[in-house]
Design a protein around this ligand. Structure first.
Ligand SMILES: *Cc1c(COP(=O)(O)O)cnc(C)c1O
Length: 359
């Protein structure tokens, strides 16, 4: 069989020969004693690209988000976020276990928040209540299907937050996808937030790492918390080099992933039994599977056996993500395999067996 076409996530990309060579040749030093030169170069570049004074490199986006929360909040504080966001849904509730914070949830339309939804969410200054300290936004929104938060909404929401004494944190794991989709520079998106988290291991194709960006003072504390969270890494240039290479080479090409995602979206719209739950703005495509076909997990299992890998995210929902390791031709092949499989199941000539994993 051919290599599987892996559409499970944009984190599945593998470093190319050119990236590996860049990694092999990077200069390193002890980044806990001082600053590793390659880590330093990466931190300077991402700080510049987001228009912030400083940045701190960390092993994961979970850590940059959690340390972002820690920088802004104290134990017992509350932060406002969208109910499907990564910080709330996919980080084990670490805001509670590690920092003693509570979330205040607002549910968006496929993750997209409207400014009016935030009105009245800040607790009164009263000793009965937790102190509302921070507002978090996710752009693009992962669980929302890669949706871009409309720029005007972001401007208004962050202005409201700052006018009311809140800090703002952007989970910009896929901020560069929002940049590619809108043409609005990262710096402009980031200007509305006090801190910004960026992942290098998603669409940028690096094997490891994320950065938290903000003021020098915030990043001084972020670096302290990073050590306490277990994220002080010594010759970390070895991994920062992959991130630096991704940032220098893989930002511009991201619109290709979005074009490929549109092929999947069109296929879903044109296939009986499949439905798009929302618009496809970037590189993530959600697909709802008719119960008449079977469960999402069963269909994902069947597609896997035919060389198309995807994730079942709900009882009837499958997620596909395009990235730099899948070509337009491979996406065409995947579309064909998906429509053929679904139509054979509906015609009764193929049976879905077993249940795959659900995420
Ligand atoms: C991937 C992701 C993160 C960070 O995930 P890690 O696996 O910890 O690097 C954070 N936010 C969003 C929206 C993500 O998609």
């Amino acid at each position: 069989m051919n290599m599987p076409i892996d559409l499970r996530s944009d984190t599945v990309t593998k470093p190319t020969a050119a990236m590996r060579e860049f990694i092999a040749n990077c200069e390193v030093d002890d980044d806990v004693i001082d600053v590793d030169p390659t880590v330093g170069a990466l931190q300077d570049l991402i700080a510049e690209m987001t228009g912030k004074e400083a940045a701190v490199f960390m092993p994961s986006g979970t850590m940059t988000n959690q340390i972002g929360l820690r920088v802004h909040c104290r134990p017992g504080d509350e932060f406002i976020c969208e109910s499907g966001c990564h910080i709330y849904s996919y980080e084990q509730g670490a805001f509670a276990s590690l920092s003693g914070l509570i979330p205040s949830l607002v549910t968006g339309d496929n993750g997209v928040l409207e400014p009016e939804q935030l009105l009245g969410t800040i607790k009164a200054d009263n000793e009965h209540f937790a102190i509302t300290r921070l507002l978090c936004l996710e752009n693009t929104h992962n669980r929302g299907g890669g949706r871009v938060q409309p720029y005007e909404n972001v401007v208004q929401i962050c202005k409201w937050a700052h006018d009311n004494g809140l800090k703002t944190h952007l989970d910009g794991a896929r901020l560069f996808n929002a940049v590619a989709a809108t043409g609005i520079p990262a710096k402009q998106w980031a200007s509305h937030f006090d801190t910004v988290s960026i992942c290098f291991s998603k669409g940028l194709g690096a094997p490891v790492g994320s950065a938290l960006c903000g003021t020098k003072e915030q990043m001084y504390f972020a670096r302290r918390h990073r050590k306490a969270f277990g994220g002080g890494m010594r010759q970390a240039g070895v991994i920062a080099a992959g991130a630096l290479f991704g940032l220098q080479n893989n930002v511009e090409r991201m619109s290709i992933d979005h074009e490929n995602a549109q092929k999947l979206a069109t296929m879903i719209q044109n296939t009986e039994g499949l439905k798009l739950p929302g618009p496809v703005d970037t590189n993530i495509v959600m697909m709802d599977v008719d119960e008449g076909i079977g469960s999402a997990a069963a269909l994902a299992g069947e597609l896997d056996s035919q060389g198309v890998r995807c994730l079942a995210l709900g009882a009837q929902r499958i997620r596909f993500v395009t990235h730099l390791d899948v070509s337009a031709e491979q996406v065409d092949i995947a579309c064909q395999i998906i429509t053929d499989t679904v139509s054979q199941v509906l015609a009764g000539s193929r049976e879905l067996s077993g249940t795959g994993a659900q995420y």
